[in-house]
Design a protein around this ligand. Sequence first.
Ligand code: FEO
Length: 180
Amino acid sequence: MGKKRISNKMEKMLNTQMTREAYQAQVYLSYASWAEVNSFAGIANFLYGHMHEEREHMFKILKYINDRGGEAKIEAIDAAPKNPKNIGDCLQKILQHEIDNSKEIDKIVNLAHEEKDWATFNFGQWFVEEQIEEETLINGIIDKYNLASTEIEGNNNLYEMDRDLSNASQEGDLPREEEF
Ligand code: FEO
């Protein structure tokens, strides 16, 4: 890979983040399995899918370290956390994992800025963007869960309505009486 083009400090930080992304995958994997065992097939499917995303994040960092002349170190991954209490707890915990992860990504971008390592700064931007998307995605699911789980008679209809509205046309079907 030729001459090393990242600092030792950055190499270490990226390696730690790589293992952290592997841990994120473990979190999603364990929660997905928990959801499946508890008959929430749709949520399990979503979480299994996201587990793959986290593995891709891990691999993306591995490739970057090696491509910049460093060396990715494959290390032990912490055990997954214990099972959540319920779906609401599961979603809140996932959101917290993502928020914590965003803070770690920020540290990488900060160091890259400090070191004027613009290649890593640019690389880090992809993750900054990804974290914004993930936090928004999970927050959106929490909103849906809150709508669906609020114990008001007929409130499940609200959830159905919300789901239908996301694909609804913006154009009305009623004929207009007059044209302006
Ligand atoms: Fe790779 Fe969801 O953080």
